[in-house]
Design a binder for this molecule. Sequence first.
Ligand code: ATP
Ligand code: MG
Length: 267
Amino acid sequence: MTVSPLSGAAGTGISRRARITAVTSGKGGVGKTFVAANLAAALASQGQRVLVLDADLGLANLDVVLNLPPKVTLHDVFTGKHPIDAAIVPAPGGFSVLLAGSGMVEYSRLTPEVREQLQQVIADVAPRYDHVLLDTGAGISDVVLYTVSLADDVMVVVTPEPTSLTDAYATIKVLATLQQRRAVQLVVNQTRRAGEGRAVQHQLQQVIDRYVNPGLDKAVRLELLGELPVDPSVRDAIVKRELLIEWLPGAPASVAMRALAARKIDA
Ligand SMILES: Nc1ncnc2c1ncn2[C@@H]1O[C@H](COP(=O)(O)OP(=O)(O)OP(=O)(O)O)[C@@H](O)[C@H]1O
Ligand SMILES: [Mg+2]
């Protein structure tokens, strides 16, 4: 297990703090924010206390997906203008959010201040929740990599397209070599047939076994946390600014999201 700098009760069997999960991806636009928001609602409906932090600091849009205009943002917390409690707001799905607000361009670069502040905010909220989801940007910028380094678990969202697979592979390789990550939770989004998620996991694992694992002390393992079908109602929900699992609980992607949440609780 990768021990994050925030690990307190980790490994003791006593759950005194949230499990911190970074939701990330190699390629952009694969569905991280959709997954983070709807997984949070699915976890909440299964009795979990959940907070989603919009860690896509430069290009935040969790507020748009949740239809929550940001009043107090992470920026206000970082600058000391407001206490953290003022920035935590309830979201429609029964979970809490910390919004970044848009145009926080100063956070597109990782400065020592941003490092310290982000770590502090996560440390402050962790004791109050069962799960904290960090909705990151795509790729391997230093801001994304640093955010992922603060998490206990890394969830990589990937679609079956070759470009997404290539970028997911690159991300996983970097996380394995720079952060000694050995377990990756895989979410295959926008699948077109049952079992496609398993096929994607096998394909990625094979490439990792061939090109990454031989140089490592311990092998990187991908765990398929779930697959979510391509579903036109995902886009409809975003346009209506509703959470899919609340608006259309019977939609194929909603059903799959609840199964994903159940596996996340057990993971
Ligand atoms: N399962 C799905 N079925 C159909 N469309 C989907 C699905 N998942 C995501 N989408 C579409 O992909 C779009 C992008 O999703 P989202 O904003 O969650 O991606 P992202 O990875 O967070 O992007 P970014 O890298 O810009 O942060 C959504 O607006 C939606 O239209
Ligand atoms: Mg996003």
